[in-house]
Design a protein. Structure first.
Length: 89
């Protein structure tokens, strides 16, 4: 499934840094696409160390108060795009 929009910049909601390589992005699934909740994105480091319990990847409800159609995407940022690596609900 693809993203409905491809934000060019993601800012980590935890530490305020720009996410440069990979991070966690919650999204709402609608009409076969993911609508990213960009304000709730978190960087890899915060997701792993602060939100996930002791070095585990975070769960969706660690990042947002999830709705029934929400999923947590693990995304990788490249020069011009944002690629969904995996998702969990
Ligand atoms: Zn962060």
């Amino acid at each position: 499934m693809d993203l409905a929009s491809h934000p060019e910049t993601l800012i980590c909601a935890e530490c305020g840094s720009t996410i440069e390589d990979a991070g966690y992005l919650p999204a709402t699934e609608r009409d076969e696409t993911y609508h990213p909740l960009v304000d709730a994105a978190v960087c890899d480091a915060c997701g792993f160390n602060d939100l996930g319990m002791t070095g585990c990847a975070p769960e969706l409800d660690d990042v947002v108060d999830p709705g029934p159609d929400d999923a947590l995407l693990y995304v990788r940022l490249t020069d011009s795009d944002l690629e969904v690596v995996s998702s969990k609900e």
